[in-house]
Design a protein around this ligand. Structure first.
Ligand SMILES: [Zn+2]
Length: 196
């Protein structure tokens, strides 16, 4: 994939980088975490990646966006990230929205909406709150169906694995995710994200 060769800010570029964020989300699933992924792009190149891992890290702040922000800031040796775009598969929560604004990102592009905790218009819209002093350009709904489907598939699989009669029949190997704990943060929050 060569998204760096495409013109900036086109639908095709946004879609290409969202696919990379989706790859990150799959990494989260492999570790039993709710599959949300993010990448940060600067001058057409991915400079940081992140995926949701609050359970594995025992860190309630370890959302995909925060992981990617820390990596990018460390790489650039700068606590602010002007000129950068973050792609994330799920609408940012309030914590991540504020972190993105603190980092002075230029753009935030997200996939599926999160009707329970979304802070880019679904529950609140912090990005357009005039009393806050920095505003990122926000674009939602990029590859929303694919982003939403991944979450729905994850929770469907999760429910199937945690159903007692099915668990009793299943091979132990088939339950890698359940050992990490059932009370996943966000479990209820993003169970039925809309795909608009
Ligand atoms: Zn978040």
């Amino acid at each position: 994939m060569q998204p760096a060769l495409m013109p900036d800010h086109s639908d095709a570029v946004d879609s290409a980088f969202m696919r990379l964020a989706l790859d990150q989300a799959h990494n989260a699933w492999l570790l039993g975490e709710v599959p949300v992924g993010a990448v940060i792009v600067r001058e057409g190149k991915v400079i940081a990646t992140g995926f949701n891992r609050p359970i594995g890290d025992s860190d309630p702040t370890a959302h995909a966006e925060i992981i990617a922000l820390r990596q990018a800031a460390s790489l650039l040796d700068n606590y602010r990230l002007p000129g950068c775009t973050l792609y994330v598969t799920l609408e940012p929560c309030a914590m991540c929205a504020m972190a993105l604004m603190h980092a002075r990102l230029d753009r935030v592009v997200f996939g599926a909406r999160d009707p329970k905790t979304g802070a880019a218009g679904s529950v609140v819209d912090l990005f357009s709150e005039k009393r806050l002093n920095h505003h990122c350009v926000v674009l939602g709904g990029v590859d929303a169906q694919a982003c939403s489907r991944l979450l729905q598939d994850f929770f469907r699989e999760r429910r199937r694995q945690t159903r007692p009669e099915e668990s009793a029949r299943a091979q132990p190997d088939a339950l890698p995710n359940s050992v990490k704990g059932i009370d996943v943060q966000h479990l209820d929050d993003v169970e039925e994200p809309s795909a608009d």
